[in-house]
Design a protein around this ligand. Structure first.
Ligand code: GLP
Length: 240
């Protein structure tokens, strides 16, 4: 596990861009595992800027996203599918058909999870980007998720609903469940890049990096990955 402490959010985003763009340069057909949340937004802006200014092409790249809310269609403005189009894909030359995310509006959710799991087995991520929940969750794997889980439906922890309610008009509008890659799918990535910014992530970062490896703090499993880098700002590194 490699820990890089950045000065602030901008510096974290620049350093993350360095890692991500290297993966795409090394392999223009790379499979990128992507994440939602406010943490990767700076990185996504830099990817778009680099594409515009330097012509870096994503024409051969494929993507798989971590998770999606249950009950929201891909055109709902709070869905993660919409988030990805608006904050990244629309600014790149990526083929929309090469981008993948769980369908949270599928009629048969267990079947949708099995479909996504099979897809992930075929499309091993060259890099998987992750943010951290303040309770140490990765994707939507809440505390207590068995490390061996693949893609599954999860009932969101109340703390996650509260954290994510800032992006909704009312807390009651936040979906109560989601489909998520499991820890097994995340650990299958060749390389993992974790970003965290701000003091409210400091405890989760500490647990992930220095705590016991335990299912009560899902991000602690990352200690077992052979190529995992944390890029965190000083506030998130406060307890290390
Ligand atoms: C959600 C997502 C996670 C993300 C987390 C942190 O719960 N499912 O993948 O890492 O939020 O979000 P933020 O980056 O906004 O703090």
């Amino acid at each position: 596990m490699k820990i890089i402490v950045a000065k602030d959010y901008e510096d974290m985003s620049r350093k993350a861009f360095g890692v991500m763009s290297q993966v795409v340069r090394d392999n223009p057909q790379a499979v990128l595992g992507l994440a939602t949340g406010t943490t990767p937004l700076g990185l996504y802006r830099l990817m778009i800027e680099d594409h515009r200014l330097n012509g870096t092409s994503y024409g051969g790249v494929k993507t798989v996203n971590l998770d999606e809310y249950v009950g929201l269609t891909a055109d709902h403005n709070q869905s993660y599918a919409y988030f990805m189009r608006k904050n990244l894909f629309d600014g790149l030359d990526i083929d929309p058909a090469s981008t993948n995310i769980e369908n949270g509006a599928a009629g048969d959710l267990p079947r949708e999870c099995a479909r996504y799991d099979a897809l992930l087995d075929e499309m091993r991520q060259d890099i998987q980007l992750l943010g951290l929940g303040s309770n140490g969750h990765i994707a939507f794997n809440e505390p207590g998720t068995p490390f061996g889980s693949g893609t599954h439906e999860v009932r969101l922890a109340q703390s996650t609903i509260n954290d994510n309610s800032r992006l909704f008009d009312r807390v009651e509008d936040v979906p109560v469940s989601a489909l998520t890659m499991g820890p097994r799918n995340i650990m299958n990535a060749k390389k993992i890049l974790v970003l965290a910014s701000g003091e409210n992530k400091a405890r989760a970062v500490y647990g992930a990096v220095k705590g016991e490896v335990t299912e009560s703090l899902p991000a602690s499993i990352l200690q077992r990955h052979p190529d995992c880098t944390f890029i965190i700002d000083e506030a998130a590194a406060k307890l290390l």
